[in-house]
Design a protein around this ligand. Structure first.
Ligand SMILES: [Zn+2]
Length: 132
């Protein structure tokens, strides 16, 4: 039997995710500013004006290789925060079963239970591509 998250654990994970989000946003902000592209600098100016717009949308057109990795991570973090506010955090996005608490505390951005994640990796894994 796998354990489920307590309210305290959920609260802690929320704090962790929010902190990571701010940290990544700050990093991306700086990376956008340090780029020569005017459009990206403009984008960076909207960083503190997040509003209802999701980061994923905002950064959809950003193609700077240097921030790719961070953009990918902040999307995962944001998705987890959104699941948190929607009350679906900790539920596997594929099968709807609860994701083990141990897995979530180790990987707060995990969107799938172990079973679905390994299923997905079998389906999508390709030599030379990193697995999430
Ligand atoms: Zn699942």
């Amino acid at each position: 039997m796998q354990s489920t998250l307590s309210q305290t654990q959920l609260h802690d994970l929320n704090e962790t995710l929010e902190a990571r989000f701010r940290e990544l946003w700050e990093t991306i902000h700086q990376e956008l500013h340090s780029s020569d592209e005017e459009q990206y600098s403009d984008l960076a100016g909207r960083v503190h004006d997040r509003g209802d717009e999701s980061v994923a949308d905002l950064l959809a057109d950003v193609n700077l290789a240097v921030i790719d990795h961070h953009v990918e991570e902040i999307r995962e973090v944001e998705a987890a925060i959104l699941r948190m506010s929607a009350g679906t955090f900790g539920l596997c996005v594929d099968c709807g079963q609860e994701v083990a608490a141990e897995r979530l505390t180790a990987y707060p951005t995990a969107a799938r239970c172990l079973r679905c994640q390994s299923q997905r990796e079998r389906n999508y894994a390709q030599p030379g591509h990193s697995k999430l």
